[in-house]
Every structure is written in structure tokens, then in C-alpha cells.
Design a protein around this ligand. Structure first.
Ligand code: FES
Length: 118
């Protein structure tokens, strides 16, 4: 079982292959935003990696980060927990002014992932 460390929150065992956005919500109990429902459109599921950043990136993640000129962050809805990782949860419902975190993302990465080097 991969270990997910969230700075300031703790270390959590996560089922192998679970979407990071869902692990943040379910295992770490973080009020992680995911406004588009985990579809690589909103970028509110962003996290900063401290350790274990995946080398691969979905084409959808790469495209939306480039379109918005974002770097130094990753989209938790486009990442699977298949190894140990440490992140900072930098995009949370508390203080966001939003009424909710967004609809629950599907269990599988959406859109169906095509992985490429980041
Ligand atoms: S980009 Fe919207 S939840 Fe990930």
C-alpha cells in the first residue's frame, strides 16, 4: 500500500492505484477542491509535491497546465497513488469562498488517461 504524506496532516495508507484527489479526500480527510469533478479542466485540485512527484503526466494535465501557464504544481485528479509521495495541499475549500469542493471525481482518471513524459 502506498503511503501518502500530506504536510501538516499526517501519513496515510492509500489503496494501490487510487486517484490522488480521492486519497486526499478519503484517507487524508483534506477539504481538497476539485471543482470540475476531476476532469482536468479547473486546476483547483492542484497540489505541490515535496517528494515522489510522478515522472509521467497525462496529456490532459500537460495541456491544461500549459494553457494556464502553471508550473511547480500538479493536478491531483490526474495522478494515481502507485508509490509513496509527499504533497502540500494548497487548494482547499476552507477560505476559497466556494460553496463546496466540487462533485466527487470518478474512481478512474478522466478523461481516460494518455500518459507522457512531463
Ligand atoms: S482539474 Fe478539476 S478536479 Fe482536477
Amino acid at each position: 500500500m502506498p503511503k501518502l504524506t500530506v504536510e501538516g496532516a499526517g501519513v496515510f495508507d492509500v489503496p494501490e492505484g487510487k486517484r490522488l484527489v480521492l486519497a486526499l479526500e478519503d484517507e487524508a480527510k483534506i477539504d481538497q477542491l476539485h471543482a470540475c469533478g476531476g476532469n482536468a479542466r479547473c486546476t483547483t485540485c492542484r497540489v505541490e509535491f515535496v517528494a515522489g512527484e510522478p515522472e509521467k503526466m497525462t496529456a490532459a494535465e500537460k495541456s491544461v497546465l500549459a494553457a494556464r501557464g502553471l508550473s511547480g504544481i500538479r493536478l491531483s485528479c490526474q495522478i494515481l497513488c502507485d508509490h509513496d509521495m509527499t504533497v502540500r495541499a494548497i487548494s482547499r475549500l476552507a477560505g476559497s469562498g466556494r460553496k463546496d469542493a466540487g462533485s466527487r471525481p470518478d474512481n478512474a482518471i478522466q478523461p481516460p488517461p494518455v500518459f507522457a513524459d512531463k
